[in-house]
Structures are given as C-alpha cells and as structure tokens.
Design a protein around this ligand. Structure first.
Ligand code: TYD
Ligand code: MG
Length: 386
C-alpha cells in the first residue's frame, strides 16, 4: 500500500479507496490501520457498515490488535466529527462514505448530495486538524450515482482494489495520486487471516498453462518501478470478410498495429489477412515499450503455430526497420527472469553481464528473433513450477 501511495499516508490529505462490495476494502484498511497504530500512531476506524463488535471480530481474524487502533460504529457524521475532535487521531478511516449522513443535510445516506457533503466536511476537517483521512467507497452498479467517481476531484489520491473473486489475488491500483505516480500496483492474496503480501508477484502474471502453446511469450516488464514477468498471449486466425479484426487487451492497440506492419514488412509474415488478438495474462497493462519484442514474437508464434521456447523470456523495443533497440534496466529484467527459473533471455544489446544461471543472448532484429520459434511441442516446466 505504501508503494501504491508513493510512501504512505500524508497528513492533511485524503485517500479514496474504492472497489466492488466484498473485494476486501475493509480488510485492507483495517490491516493498514493496524500497521499505522503499531508504528505508534493513533488511528480511528469508523464504521457505518458494521457494528464495533463485527469490526473487532474481523480485527481478531487478521491480527489487528494494536492498542492505538480505536474502532467506532455509527452512521451520524456529526457524532463521528465529535469523536475525531476528541481523540485527535493521526489517521481516520471512514468505512464507508456511502453509509454516513450528516443530520444537517436533508438527504438520505448514499445519495449524491449526502456523499459529497460528508466527504467535503471530512476532508475539510482532515486539512484543518492535520490527520490523514481514508474514505472507503463502494463502486456502485449502474444507476446509483453516489459512487467513488463523484468524489475523485475532492480527494488527493484514488486507489481501487480489484480482484477476480475466483482466485485469491487482489490488485491495488492508483488512478489518481497527488503525491506519487499511478504506475505502481500492490499485489495481495486474500487468506484466512486477511490480505497478505504476495512474495512472488511475477507468478501472478504468468499464465498457469501446463503445456506449451504457440502464441505465448514471457517478458520481464516494468510495472511502476518493479520488474515483473508477464505473459503475452496472441491468437491469429484467417480473417473472413472485409477488414481483419485486431484486438488488444493490456497492450496499446496502435502499438500492435505498428508491430504487425513490421512483422509483415521486415520478417515476411503475411498477417494482413489475419484476425489478430493479443492479451496479457492477469490483466497486466503493458506501457513499457520494451514489451514490443514479446508482443511481436507472440503474434509470430501464433501465426507460425510454433511455440516459443518455454525456458526463454524476451525483452526489447522494436524499431520500424525491424531492429531491436536497447531499453531501460536490462540487468533487473534479466535477474527477474533468472529468479523465476528461466534459462535464457533474449535482449537487444550485447554486453550484459553474463550470469551463471541464465544465458543472455543478444539479438539485433525481429527477423533473427523469429528463428527462436521451435517447432516441437514440449512441457512448459517453468510456468508450471513458478
Ligand atoms: P471485506 O473486507 O469485508 O470486503 P469489502 O469491505 O470490500 O466489502 O472482505 C470481504 C471478503 O473477504 C469476505 O467474503 C470474506 C473474505 N475474507 C477472507 O477471506 N479472509 C479474511 O481474513 C477476511 C477478513 C475476509
Ligand atoms: Mg467493507
């Protein structure tokens, strides 16, 4: 959470934490509140969703029991205001902004007027008293108006907790941050005792296929300031009528169009009659230009129906001439690939310090790189074991 916030909570500022009901917002904030309290801060966790006993029960489950963590329950913002004044906390968490109401505002809790007015009063109080404020907000279904989006302009940072509920991973992303970048993501796992750090985040973005498939290429990508291994997947099929379809998920569509043109012109792949679909595993958004090579090779692999070596990762930006250009922190990328058990990594420029466990191969052009596509199907041990 510190990483996503760009260092932590800032006094006088307000962070909005949004997400679907049930995704784990209350759990995340109770754990964060506990950490702050353990660091010697006074934290006031005010719940309009649950009774203090229910919050305490969750607290016991996740081990949140720091003496400085105070819990209150209610829906009256005037009472909460009095609590805040009396306790003079360092951090205040309101769970959720949709459940509180100020008696002076003649509007029901959760309505646009009420939510805005309460948020404005709370942020004003945070600024005046100098405590950090967190507002939890449910992402509301279409039709209800008072979702977190209506508050984004009022607050200093907006974080969304996302997850697919079938798997236990949760991603925390910043969509607005006055104090840091929004490129960082937090990756957690929901366990029986709350959200846990994921020790090996690259695992999340590697698809869990056990067989080698054509069209899958792994790249160590920069996600915020971290290097994570991400699976790029491609599928090509003969196009029916008219303009071929091109769909990109997690990869920039314009960039994909450029790479397809390069593959056609510089590597002789007849892609103009093909529908092309590209996606990243785990919904990673690749904004790093050095993922070009992985995208191009995934498409080439799918088109040629030849799997890319399962023990190899690739990194490099591709120029219009089909040349592979040098890119940012190659060392860190090679290390991450090595750490996850890859045996070979294809990089743009020679001169990378050769490490013992991974073979570093430099490659000048996309045409050269395509020679790496191996014809035989083999077990993909790396991704399976990772
Ligand atoms: P919660 O934090 O209540 O979600 P939100 O505040 O976003 O609505 O968490 C909801 C889910 O998380 C709930 O289905 C139970 C599960 N959970 C765990 O799996 N482990 C835990 O330790 C806790 C506290 C919750
Ligand atoms: Mg909740």
């Amino acid at each position: 959470m510190d990483r996503v916030l760009g260092g932590g909570f800032v006094r006088g500022s307000t962070v909005l934490v949004g997400g679907d009901p049930g995704v784990g917002k209350s759990t995340l904030m109770l754990q964060a509140a506990d950490r702050a309290a353990r660091a010697g801060r006074t934290v006031l966790y005010l719940s309009g969703e649950e009774s203090a006993a229910q919050v305490a029960m969750r607290g016991r489950r996740v081990g949140a029991n720091a003496p400085g963590l105070l819990v209150g329950s209610g829906t009256n913002l005037a009472e909460f205001g009095a609590d805040i004044e009396a306790r003079n906390p360092d951090l205040v968490v309101i769970d959720s902004i949709q459940t509180v109401a100020h008696p002076d505002v003649p509007s029901v809790p959760g309505s646009l007027t009420q939510v805005r007015e309460c948020a404005a009063r709370l942020t004003g109080a945070a600024k005046a008293a100098g405590h950090a404020l967190v507002l939890i907000g449910h992402v509301t279904k279409e039709g209800s108006v008072a979702g977190p989006r209506t508050l984004e302009h009022l607050v200093d940072a907006v974080l969304y907790l996302e997850g697919d509920r079938l798997q236990d991973y949760r991603l925390l992303r910043g969509v607005k941050n006055r104090f840091g970048s929004t490129g960082e993501i937090g990756i957690f796992e929901m366990s029986g005792s709350g959200l846990q750090d994921v020790a090996n985040p690259s695992r999340y973005f590697l698809s869990r296929t056990t067989h080698v498939l054509p069209g899958v290429v792994v790249t160590p990508a920069l996600v915020g300031t971290r290097t994570l291994l991400v699976d790029v997947q491609a599928l090509t099929t003969r196009s029916g009528y008219g303009t071929p379809a091109r769909r990109a998920n997690g990869v920039d569509a314009t960039r994909l169009a450029v790479l397809l043109a390069v593959l056609e012109k510089r590597a002789g792949l007849q892609l103009s009659g093909e529908d092309v679909f590209v996606a990243t595993a785990g919904g990673a958004k690749l904004e790093d230009p050095s993922c070009d090579l992985a995208v191009a090779l995934a498409v080439a692999s799918a088109f040629l129906d030849r799997p890319f070596p399962h023990d190899a990762a690739v990194v490099g930006e591709i120029g219009l001439g089909g040349e592979i250009r040098p890119c940012g922190p190659v060392e860190a990328r090679v290390e991450e690939a090595e750490r996850l058990g890859f045996k070979r990594v294809l990089v743009p420029a020679p001169g990378i310090r050769a490490s013992r466990a991974i073979e570093v191969v430099s490659c000048g052009s996309v045409d050269d790189a395509i020679t790496w596509l191996e014809p035989q199907r083999t077990q993909r041990k790396t991704a399976k074991g990772a």
